[in-house]
Ligand binder design. Sequence first.
Ligand code: HEC
Ligand SMILES: [Cu+2]
Length: 366
Amino acid sequence: MSHISPVLWEFLVHWLEHFAIFPPEASTIAPYADALYFALVGMTITGLVLVMSMVLFFSLRYRKERHPEAVQIEGSTLLEATWTLIPLGIFLVFFVWGALLYFRVYNPPPNSMNVYVVGKQWMWKVEHPGGQHEIDALHIPEGVPIQLTLISQDVFHSFSIPAFRVKREAIPGRYTSVYFEATKPGKYHLFCTQYCGTDHSAMIGWVYVMTPADYSKWKAGNTSGASLAQNGERLFAVMGCNACHTGTSQARGPNLYGLYNTRIRMNDGSTMIANDAYLREKILNPSLHVPAGYVPIMPTFQGQISEDALIDLVEYIKSLSSNYRLQQMMNKSDLDSAQPAPIGPANQGAGAAPLQIVPTPGVSKP
Ligand code: HEC
Ligand SMILES: [Cu+2]
């Protein structure tokens, strides 16, 4: 843009950003989303100009004074093939382009940091694995891939961060996820973009992108002491889960250690991956999918447990896989160094999970 006056350029960028027509590009995906967007706008304008100029040209050229008598044309296969195949080619290019972008946005890298977001009339509740809670705000470090796991506690909501060019539905009863990586520290708008009742327009907030150092400080200063997995561990005992899931071979329920993200064989012969959705469903609807070799005696906890508590339990069961536990400990390490280490279950190492560890036979990594 060297040939545009820098003052004019600054003015244009400022104008665009301030009128919220064009929010800043603040994630790795944003320039790619914009490139596709501008290509689509460009193609649409080209089409418009082409059609309008032909309308104009033909209406002048074949006007009544010059051609009083209409001449019938019987059609041309070549012409028809041309105007079918060229647009087809153009649309296919945009289809493939859009699909590649879609797969990028909806396939978070495996090392991404997971944050839970619960939509509720009319606020966003954010829960970090380290136990930090926020309302209508999301603090994240720059340059780290972030995966949001979204769910709604009541009606459909939609979680949108225009500056990151991401938007995802928060659906009652189902986890959805979206991923992004912020590139510039700053403060960005956060919206609910699905009409969800009276105060829908107030269901807004801010995303704070921080440098890794600032983020560590924020994390240490905002923890309630217990991580989600630790809250889950407490709930697991309070709700009596550990009466059946003792982890021993005589237990009435299966051993949950190392269960997360493995493929499980069901009693109807099918297999399922024990992901977040499976764990959540299991607690609410235990008899829906029963693992092979077990009697469906697990009681349902439907109506007795909030989405927040479900997240804690899911995080706890996830933490029972040694890799995940290790990863969480690494996530928390800067926090631990900022505070005296808490006494109790928080301090148990990866090898000292509260359940007795007996590897479950018949469970294999996918
Ligand atoms: C009365 C005993 C009992 C209680 C209490 C119980 N469960 Fe279960 N649970 C089972 C049994 C039996 C199964 C396997 C059969 C089935 O799925 O119904 C199971 C299966 C599961 C599974 C799926 C395991 C797999 O290998 O696929 C999960 C996850 C689970 N329970 C979590 C929980 C949680 C969390 C709680 C507490 C909120 C809980 N259970 C309470 C008996 C119990
Ligand atoms: Cu909403």
